[in-house]
Design a protein around this ligand. Structure first.
Ligand code: NAG
Ligand code: NAG
Ligand code: NAG
Ligand code: NAG
Ligand code: NAG
Length: 198
């Protein structure tokens, strides 16, 4: 307590630095003296980033529809996330990779993996996103953290997955953002042996 009265703590200084970085990152488009957008370029950048960010969230809803048995609904959502020929892959070990083309193939593969794992449900959480647009504003990249809890049927076990999605995104001919390439890199995959609390 005494230390914090003499000046900002290290943690507060770090937060201050972070806020400065965020502030400087957001002045890349032109603004008037009130801080508003002069010609809409700021708004469209915000719009594009929001639309791209939404893809990662939609993906979670789509993929989480599969284990409980809502395959068609899941595919319909994933078709709003990916280009029809998107390249989607992940590696379980060096040289041991899964490579699929398009949302339907990916949904079939994921559904089979969830069935083999005896998952009654999965819960994908995405966050910590970094989105960058090309100068053309027609393509870009998104990096997102993933934490997925996968609930083993008839048990109190959870298969807990941590990973990072590396995506390439494109604006399609209809003007909609879609993921064209997704590379999921695993950080950790652990079985959590639990017991029921209530
Ligand atoms: C809007 O402002 C940006 C940044 O100053 C500029 O690059 C762009 O050409 C402007 N667009 C229009 C339509 O004036
Ligand atoms: C998917 O199709 C588009 C349009 O035909 C093409 O430009 C792109 O290279 C293809 N992407 C992949 C990953 O095959
Ligand atoms: C297969 O998927 C992995 C992981 O996303 C990726 O690194 C690799 O380049 C892909 N291979 C092909 C042939 O697309
Ligand atoms: C899934 O459940 C079946 C039937 O209870 C069992 O034989 C199998 O070992 C389970 N698979 C896994 C990965 O736990
Ligand atoms: C889970 O329990 C249900 C109901 O008791 C049973 O029908 C089913 O076969 C069990 N599944 C597994 C994978 O053990």
């Amino acid at each position: 307590m005494a230390a914090s009265m003499e000046g900002p703590s290290n943690a507060l200084r770090m937060v201050g630095t972070f806020v400065l970085i965020l502030a400087s990152a957001s002045v890349a488009c032109s603004t008037n003296s009130e801080g508003g957008s002069v010609n809409g370029s700021c708004d469209s950048q915000v719009y594009d980033e929001a639309a791209i960010s939404k893809l990662a969230v939609l993906y979670a809803y789509g993929i989480d529809s599969l284990a409980p048995g809502n395959f068609d609904a899941g595919v319909a959502i994933l078709q709003q996330v990916f280009t029809p020929n998107a390249s989607i892959g992940t590696c379980f070990a060096p040289g041991q990779c899964l490579n699929k083309t398009g949302p339907v193939e990916w949904a079939q593969t994921s559904s089979a993996l969830f069935a083999a794992g005896n998952y009654s449900a999965t819960h994908h959480m995405v966050g910590n996103q970094r989105i960058e647009l090309d100068d053309s504003k027609q393509a870009g990249t998104m990096v997102s953290y993933l934490t997925a809890s996968q609930f083993v049927r008839n048990s109190t076990n959870i298969d807990l997955y941590h990973g990072v999605y590396y995506d390439e995104v494109v604006r399609d001919s209809g003007g909609e953002w879609r993921i064209s390439t997704r590379d999921l890199r695993t950080t950790s995959f652990l079985r959590i042996i639990g017991h029921r609390v209530s």
